[in-house]
Design a protein around this ligand. Structure first.
Ligand code: BEZ
Length: 189
């Protein structure tokens, strides 16, 4: 699949125009929601695990030295906690551009902290996109993240902001917290 998914996402209109929709943030959207929203609520999705398996050539790395950012991997029994935003559909246009590096809009069921649920949207980078890096040992990923920088800043900051935001949410995520501890160890040594 092409690296620039902006055009593909324009066709992926799963929700009626003129109505608001829920967007689930599991990565930078948790701590960096630079878009208008009507409300936001802590939520989780089921059957998905957050993994730093997507390459970032345009935000937290470069084509020569890509960083690693979050995507979701299907994982029966797993729970991924994050933040849901109720937005107008027009908000997705700029987000498609911001997240054009392999992410596609997908539908998902969101479960809110209060017990109710709703259909919503995620941005998902699957293994067939050109920027996908896939699994690697945690130590190896931590060294890559500690070293990578891109136009949006240090890859380290992306990871540590996410770890802090998840901690604030009271979320459990061994993958993210394990990476964050290793990266702190490398960069504070
Ligand atoms: C997010 O949910 O934070 C997100 C992750 C990847 C691309 C866009 C948004």
């Amino acid at each position: 699949m092409t690296l620039d998914t902006t055009r593909l996402n324009r066709e992926r209109n799963f929700f009626a125009t003129g109505q608001t929709l829920w967007l689930f943030g599991y990565g930078s959207l948790i701590w960096k929601a630079e878009f208008p929203f009507h409300e936001r609520r802590p939520a989780h999705i089921e059957g998905w695990a957050r993994r730093f398996w997507q390459g970032s050539h345009d935000h937290r790395g470069t084509p020569e030295a890509p960083g690693r950012v979050a995507t979701l991997i299907e994982s029966p029994g797993a729970i991924c906690q994050g933040m849901a935003y109720r937005i107008d559909a027009e908000v997705l246009g700029p987000l498609d551009v911001r997240e054009k590096n392999g992410y596609l809009r997908e539908r998902v069921t969101l479960h809110f902290a209060e017990g109710d649920h709703a259909e919503g949207l995620i941005y998902l980078a699957t293994a067939d996109n050109a920027a996908f890096l896939g699994a690697a040992p945690l130590d190896e990923m931590a060294h890559q993240i500690a070293a990578a920088h891109g136009p949006s800043g240090a890859n380290r900051d992306y990871l540590l902001h996410l770890a802090d935001a998840l901690e604030e949410l009271g979320a459990e995520d061994r993958h993210v917290f394990g990476l964050a501890a290793r990266v702190r160890g490398i960069t504070e040594a």
